[in-house]
Design a protein. Sequence first.
Length: 52
Amino acid sequence: MEMGDGAARAEDDEPVGKVQPSLNQVVERHRQSMADELGVAPGSIKISIAFD
């Protein structure tokens, strides 16, 4: 998958029509979603990601 132009691409390398979000954007979206679901402040949600 090419990342240079910012467009997400399918496995056959065809553009899929949306900009791939950064990891920070994905984490913040999920942090907000979890906070909303749990009824707590987003700042109280701590997310850790480990790459093996």
